[in-house]
Design a protein around this ligand. Structure first.
Ligand SMILES: Nc1nc2c(ncn2[C@@H]2O[C@H](COP(=O)(O)OP(=O)(O)OP(=O)(O)O)[C@@H](O)[C@H]2O)c(=O)[nH]1
Ligand SMILES: [Mg+2]
Length: 191
């Protein structure tokens, strides 16, 4: 079974790139969306970078409205990348501008085009601050009618159960997400 996994934002696309590199023998298709030019250097099967004239190859600096604008400008390319895939997993690490701002647009497209899809999100840890918590909440509110198709991993929950520094905490979450993606790709949901 092969599925398409789309990462949105810096953290999600980075995770998919390492997964693709580590598990070169799996058949999944890894794609990504970001406004940050770093996406060009990642190991992905395809990607969409938000309009370079508007974003100058930079991230959205936690501005969810910029994330909304980025996806609105990129919807044609995103839809092209997803058009041949029938089983799609969306990975969004919430808290920043792109991942949080683009999620609802992508899930709306998947729902309307009647594709089989699942959303995997992470929510930020408390120490990351109110702005990131607010972005994640806004993003989740915008897809609240689609929670049947959603799995949530809480960074705060992982943080409270471990005694890790920030880098190690994010790495532990990367591993948790990678394991989940591989299990989902081989599991019952996507057949
Ligand atoms: N698993 C994991 N999560 C991360 C990592 N870095 C950041 N995060 C989480 O992901 C959230 C979103 O961060 P990014 O992906 O950098 O944000 P973005 O969507 O690119 O948004 P902007 O950079 O503001 O445009 C953060 O609030 C953290 O909770 C990482 O290396 N691994
Ligand atoms: Mg970013």
């Amino acid at each position: 079974m092969s599925i398409t996994i789309i990462g949105i934002g810096g953290a999600s696309t980075k995770i998919l790139s390492s997964l693709k590199q580590e598990k070169q023998n799996n058949k999944n298709r890894y794609i990504g969306f970001d406004s940050d030019k770093n996406i060009k250097a990642l190991e992905l099967d395809d990607y969409c970078m938000a309009n370079e004239e508007l974003f100058e190859g930079s991230g959205c600096f936690m501005d969810i409205f910029k994330g909304n604008l980025a996806i609105a400008n990129s919807s044609k390319k995103i839809e092209e990348m997803l058009s041949d895939s029938q089983q799609i997993l969306v990975l969004a690490c919430l808290g920043g501008g792109i991942g949080s701002g683009a999620l609802a647009h992508i899930t709306d497209y998947l729902a309307i085009s009647r594709k089989r899809y699942l959303v995997l999100v992470t929510t930020p840890a408390d120490f990351e601050g109110l702005k990131r918590a607010k972005n994640a909440k806004e993003s989740l509110d915008a897809i609240k009618y689609r929670t049947d198709n959603m799995l949530t991993f809480s960074m705060e929950d992982l943080n409270s159960k471990t005694d890790l520094g920030i880098k190690e905490l994010f790495l532990a979450m990367d591993k948790k997400i990678e394991k989940c993606i591989l299990e989902l790709a081989n599991g019952e949901f996507f057949k």
